[in-house]
Design a protein around this ligand. Structure first.
Ligand SMILES: [Zn+2]
Ligand SMILES: [Zn+2]
Length: 339
């Protein structure tokens, strides 16, 4: 079958690879759509040891079951399904409490086992969720990133925060914005260094828009909130500068969520955090509940993907990857491959 292979550092190519065979407990899916994740572009750009070639990447996917191992009873050929991107062990304390994303034994598609940049992929049946007919394949490929936005929002305690700021308008930021709106946020503010990305945020409901290349973002957010600061700030970039902006822009008693890991050590004002009782949470990956919520948000028409998502045939995968490695495109924020 055809696959987008990552055979060696700096190389991506369309190649013929062996058909997947379902191991006990597994199903094989005909991949309908698979998203290219920022983490995969980063991995190629920085030769990440977490994704060492040779490899077929791809962990954000949906499709139709075409074969199952003899012991599989919960899915059958013909079922439309979406997959979790990670495979928890199912036995440890984290797994038993539902925190599958914190399982120390977790495996990830396209990292520890073959991913879905291919016509077909094998997956344990226990990590598949049913995908309703009214959720399109493009939406199906976005269930996992949307679930990341749902997970971010699950870290926020406020019920109807007046002002929610999202820093970073890539796919996760654009989805987090819309989850916040569906979850009760009254006003959405977007921050990005790219005006093209800010326009995409505007198209999905954010207003006002601030660009740190031009605007003193923290001052602008304070002015917009009559000197108070935002109720919630989500940093979807994960760089030291954006983490700091998030803490400086949130009001006393407000909440900050960090997702993304572009840099590690971050210098912050401890006094701002302590005297302002500002709360900072990390958000990593998703639970099955987050995936289920993401499917429901799509099924009920709560998420707009048209202004910022672009599909490509699998055959163009290497070219699209090269483009994403060179510079972020101005006309879309998320590429989805259709095998
Ligand atoms: Zn991803
Ligand atoms: Zn586990």
């Amino acid at each position: 079958m055809k696959a987008l292979r990552y055979p060696a550092w700096d190389v991506l190519e369309i190649a013929n690879v062996d058909e997947p065979v379902p191991a006990p407990g597994e199903a094989v899916l005909q991949v309908a759509a698979v998203g290219i994740c920022g983490s995969e572009v980063e991995a190629v750009a920085h030769r990440s040891p977490r994704r060492t070639p040779p490899l077929v990447m791809g962990h954000e996917f949906c499709g139709e079951v075409v074969a199952v191992a003899p012991d599989v009873t919960d899915v059958k050929p013909g079922d439309r399904v979406v997959s979790s991107s990670l495979i928890p062990c199912g036995r440890c304390a984290a797994c038993r409490s539902g925190a599958i994303h914190l399982c120390p034994e977790r495996a990830i598609f396209g990292m520890n086992r073959p991913g879905a940049f291919a016509e077909r992929v094998a997956a344990p049946a226990r990590v598949l969720l049913p995908l309703p007919e009214r959720v399109s394949p493009l939406q199906g490929a976005l269930v996992e990133p949307l679930a990341n936005g749902v997970h971010v929002w699950s870290r926020v305690a406020a019920k109807f925060p007046e002002t929610v700021v999202v820093i970073g308008c890539g796919a996760i930021g654009l989805l987090a914005l819309q989850v916040a709106r569906a979850g009760g946020a009254l006003r959405l503010v977007a921050v990005d260094t790219s005006d093209a990305r800010l326009e995409m945020a505007h198209a999905v409901g954010a207003e006002p828009l601030f660009n740190p290349a031009r605007d003193a973002v923290v001052n602008e957010i304070r002015a917009f909130t009559r000197g108070r600061g935002a109720d919630v700030v989500i940093d979807a970039v994960g760089a030291p500068a954006t983490r700091r902006t998030a803490v400086e822009a949130v009001r006393p008693g407000g909440e900050v969520v960090w997702i993304g890991t572009h840099g590690d050590v971050t210098e912050l004002s401890g006094r701002d955090v302590v005297l302002g009782e500002r709360r900072i949470s990390g958000s990593y990956a998703v639970t099955y509940d987050d995936l289920t919520t993401a499917v429901a948000l799509f099924a009920h028409g709560k998420i707009d993907i048209e202004p910022w998502v672009r599909p490509f045939p699998l055959e163009e995968g290497a070219r699209v990857f090269r483009q994403l490695l060179t510079a972020p495109p101005a006309d879309y924020a998320k590429a989805i491959l259709l095998p």
